[in-house]
Design a protein around this ligand. Structure first.
Ligand code: FE2
Length: 329
C-alpha cells in the first residue's frame, strides 16, 4: 500500500500527464518532438507545482527501453513522486517487453508503482493521500490492457480495445471497502482506455444534431452545447470514443460503491471532455506532447485539486507548444 502525506491547510495537487508516447529516436537531443514534450512538462510543473505527477498510460512504445528511461529521468528531475498506469502500447510486444518496463519503473525511487496481483495485469495499485494519518482520498491505478476479442451482433469476431476484466472489478471493490474501513469515502480511478460509460455519458450530455468536431475547446465551456443537467461539462470530442464496444460493468460498480467521484482516462489524443455523469466526473485527460498523433491546440495536462475533504475539482492546463515547434519560415 502506497501513501503520500497532504499538508493540513494546504491543497494537494495531482498533475496527470497522458500519452507522452515518444519513441527512442524522438528523445535524441534536438528532436522537435522531444523538445515540445520536455518544454510542455516543464511548463506544467512550474505552473501547477504538483505534489504528485501521474501518467495515464502510453508512456512510450514497449520495446523502446531508452525512451522509458528518458521519460523517467525527466519526471525524476522535478523531485516529486510520479506514478504510471499502463497503456495499450506499454503492454505490447510480449512479456519480455513488459518486464523490461516494470524493471525500469522499480529502479526509480521517486516512481510510485506496485505491480499488484499478476493475474490482473501489469500494474493495479492504490495510492492513498493522507492528512494527519487519515486517508482523505485515494488514486486507484488500473491496467486497461491492450486488445480483446469481441463478437458483434452479426457473429463476426474482431480484436477491439480491451476492458477491465471482472476480476479487476472485484479487486477495485475490495480496495474501496478497505478505504471505507479507514474512514475514506472518496477516490479517483486512473486508467488508460476509457470505460464504456464514457460512451453513454457523452450520448446523454451532448446536444443532438451537433457535430462534435465542429465545437472548439472555448465553445465547449459555455454550456450551450450540452443538454440540461450537463451544462457544467466541458472539453471537446474530436475523435471516436475508443473503449471496449460492449458494457464492461465498471460504472455499475463505481455507482454502487459511491466512493469514486473522478475517472481519468487517456488513449484518445484529441478528446478532452469532462462530463459529470450520475455524480461521477468522467474525464479525458489533456494530451501531453506530440507523441504518436496530436492536435497542438490540445496540448498540456490535467490537474486534480485535493482538500481535506477529498478531490475538490479538475481542470485542464493548456500549454501553447509553439515556442518549441520547428520554425516554418
Ligand atoms: Fe493508447
Amino acid at each position: 500500500m502506497l501513501s503520500l502525506s497532504k499538508t493540513p491547510g494546504r491543497d494537494f495537487t495531482v498533475l496527470n500527464l497522458t500519452d507522452p508516447q515518444l519513441g527512442t529516436d524522438e528523445w535524441q537531443p534536438g528532436h522537435p518532438n522531444g523538445e515540445i514534450l520536455i518544454g510542455t512538462v516543464r511548463e506544467l510543473v512550474g505552473r501547477v507545482r504538483p505534489d504528485l505527477i501521474t501518467v495515464s498510460g502510453d508512456l512510450s512504445w514497449a520495446g523502446h527501453d531508452a525512451a522509458y528511461d528518458a521519460l523517467a529521468d525527466l519526471l525524476d528531475s522535478f523531485s516529486v513522486p510520479w506514478a504510471p498506469v499502463w497503456g495499450n502500447h506499454d503492454n505490447q510486444g510480449g512479456p519480455e517487453n513488459v518486464e523490461s518496463v516494470v524493471t525500469r519503473y522499480l529502479r526509480h525511487p521517486l516512481c510510485l508503482y506496485e505491480r499488484g496481483p499478476r493475474e490482473l495485469g501489469s500494474g493495479n495499485y492504490v495510492i492513498r493521500i493522507e492528512e494527519d494519518g487519515r486517508p482523505v482520498t485515494a488514486l486507484v491505478m488500473m491496467d486497461s490492457h491492450d486488445r480483446d476479442p469481441f463478437t458483434d451482433a452479426s457473429g463476426k469476431e474482431t480484436l477491439v480495445w480491451a476492458r477491465l476484466i471482472p476480476e479487476q472489478i472485484s479487486w477495485y471493490r475490495e480496495q474501496i471497502r478497505a478505504l471505507e474501513a479507514d474512514g475514506c469515502r472518496d477516490s479517483a480511478m486512473i486508467l488508460h482506455i476509457p470505460i464504456y460509460a464514457y460512451r453513454t455519458a457523452f450520448a446523454a450530455a451532448f446536444r443532438d444534431g451537433l457535430d462534435p468536431k465542429s465545437v472548439s475547446a472555448a465553445q465547449s465551456a459555455d454550456g450551450s452545447v450540452w443538454n440540461e443537467g450537463y451544462r457544467d461539462s466541458f472539453g471537446v470530442l474530436w475523435e471516436e470514443i475508443c473503449s471496449f464496444p460492449g458494457e464492461d460493468h465498471v460504472f455499475d460498480a463505481i455507482r454502487a460503491l459511491g466512493s469514486t467521484k473522478y475517472v481519468l482516462a487517456g488513449h484518445d489524443h484529441v478528446n478532452n471532455t469532462v462530463i459529470r455523469y450520475h455524480g461521477v466526473h468522467l474525464v479525458y485527460s489533456l494530451k501531453t506532447g506530440p507523441g504518436c498523433y496530436w492536435d497542438p491546440r490540445l496540448n498540456g495536462g490535467t490537474a486534480l485539486r485535493i482538500t481535506s475533504e477529498g478531490i475538490a475539482d479538475v481542470r485542464h492546463e493548456y500549454v501553447d507548444p509553439s515556442p518549441w515547434m520547428p520554425d516554418k519560415s
